[in-house]
Design a protein around this ligand. Structure first.
Ligand SMILES: Cc1cc2nc3c(=O)[nH]c(=O)nc-3n(C[C@H](O)[C@H](O)[C@H](O)COP(=O)(O)OP(=O)(O)OC[C@H]3O[C@@H](n4cnc5c(N)ncnc54)[C@H](O)[C@@H]3O)c2cc1C
Length: 439
């Protein structure tokens, strides 16, 4: 995947192309000391501070007109502790580098999202997740964190050390300090068998509880304007390894899922009336397949077609009614939606502002091709999700504010009180945080 946020003419832009900012200055510290000095200097100069990952968030959560801290010199594995089964990575390490390094050591994370371009700190700061029956987001796999706080000092936290910081800072929204290193729980490298299979929408909904209960990782994509889905079931396997063949992999993952899909999106954007027909063809293009490989090769795949996304977590029990309402809304509207809707799950976790905090959750993600008008679709979808007390992904488009979050997150006040203690002058503030956390 071509990279992310660009810095042309001093302008920073996110991957989706829907957010840009002009920071007063940009720095790329190569050590924790350099980073702490950059934070202190910004403070002396009266500038706000924002650390950024690879700009894969669709919200303005990473935007700043102050000092932008770039991640690329703070990368790599610091330590591997085989007794504790943990690995500590520098905050700017891309997930793909972490995954490859772990695999070389015979280790793996337990669960991950759809892609691995993001940095470890950027991904965890917004609660990036995959799908899981018992295994939760990437942040839920964190065992310890090191961060530079607003006064330029270094703070470490874990379940035992500063536990109130640990509870919140694993998904810290960039509001509590600049993360400099993350310690993850790891396990011995294992194999996953993926079963991808088209299935009618009505059947997936009727059998959803069973599909979820019978699989360690269940997800599906529904194609609006059709009654078709593609399902994916990933389960641990004793082997043998049976990776997708190179030619078949290229054909399905590159040619169909990226190349042909890109062309279909161009056509649909230029002539929206063709979208339902394209959706019917797209939804039938991929055939059933089964393969067995190491985790990151099963969980993640390249996403080259650029899009804008909104994703909400609803209580898992609300998934089926919420999806029925979404389908009914699309069917009766004049909307033309060329991108599939992705559905995943997560078990309840104990992180203060995790979208799955304290409740078993299902995620519904709606997407639009970059450059196609998305507001009407996202507004209508958001109305459905919020009626089910949905919690939006912190890094994906939404319009919610602090008043709403204080209602759907029982521990919201705990997070803002901690932010006020660690960052009383709001050095890490930006417009997004002002909206979602309140002044
Ligand atoms: C193609 C694509 C696929 C995606 N797939 C998934 C998916 O499967 N599951 C999912 O949940 N999400 C997914 N996302 C969303 C994405 O994972 C999140 O938005 C993630 O936060 C992006 O990470 P990043 O490294 O680009 O961080 P950025 O977007 O650059 O920053 C995100 C936040 O992290 C903060 N941050 C970054 N570094 C630090 C640091 N060192 N200290 C403190 N704060 C920091 C920033 O200030 C900002 O608040 C996807 C996005 C795209 C574009």
């Amino acid at each position: 995947m071509s990279s992310t946020a660009s810095g042309k003419n001093g302008t920073w832009r996110n991957w989706g192309g829907n957010v840009s900012a002009r920071p007063a200055r940009q720095v790329a510290p190569a050590s924790v000391e350099e980073l702490a000095a950059a934070v202190r200097r910004a403070r002396e100069d009266g500038l706000k501070v924002k650390a950024v990952g690879t700009g894969h968030s669709f919200t303005s959560i990473a935007a700043t007109d102050g000092v932008l801290i770039r991640p690329h010199l703070l990368t790599g594995i610091r330590t591997i502790d085989r007794a504790a089964m943990t690995v500590t990575a520098e905050a700017g390490t891309p997930l793909k580098r972490l995954n490859a390094a772990l695999a070389r050591e015979g280790l793996s994370l337990t669960n991950m999202g759809d892609i691995m371009e993001q940095t470890v700190s950027g991904a965890t700061s917004t609660g990036t997740h995959g799908t899981g029956r018992a295994s939760a987001s990437i942040a839920a796999q964190i065992k310890g964190l090191e961060l530079v706080t607003a006064d330029g000092s270094v703070l470490t936290c874990s379940e035992k050390e500063n536990p109130e910081v640990f509870a919140a800072a694993r998904i810290g929204l960039g509001a509590l300090g600049v993360v400099t290193a993350i310690t993850f729980a790891v396990e011995p490298l294992f194999l996953l068998t993926a079963r991808e299979e088209p299935m009618p929408f009505e059947r997936v909904l009727a059998e959803f509880d069973q599909l979820w209960a019978e699989n360690e990782h269940f997800e599906f994509y529904w194609f609006p304007h059709t009654g078709n889905t593609n399902t994916k079931r990933n389960n641990r396997s004793a082997g043998p390894e049976q990776p997708v063949g190179r030619l078949a992999g290229w054909f399905e993952d590159e040619f169909l899922s990226n190349g042909v899909f890109q062309v279909a999106q161009w056509v649909g954007r230029a002539a929206p009336a063709t979208v339902p027909a394209i959706a019917r063809v797209s939804s039938r293009a991929l055939s059933a397949r089964t393969y067995t490989d190491i985790p990151y090769k099963v969980f993640t795949s390249p996403r080259r077609v650029r899009f804008v996304e909104m994703e909400y977590a609803v209580p898992r029990a609300a998934l089926v009614p919420a999806l029925r309402e979404l389908k009914a809304m699309v069917d009766r509207s004049g909307l033309r939606i060329g991108f599939p809707v992705e559905v995943r799950t997560a078990p309840a976790d104990d992180i203060t502002l995790s979208t799955a905090s304290g409740r078993d959750s299902a995620y519904i993600a709606v997407h639009m091709f970059r450059g196609a008008p998305y507001q009407a679709y996202f507004t209508a979808a958001e109305r459905i999700f919020t009626a089910h007390e949905g919690r939006p992904h912190w890094g994906k488009v939404h319009t919610r504010d602090a008043g709403y979050f204080s209602r759907v997150y029982p521990r919201f006040g705990e997070f803002t009180a901690l932010r006020d203690r660690l960052d009383p002058d709001q050095l890490f503030q930006n417009n997004y945080l002002r909206r979602v956390l309140g002044a």
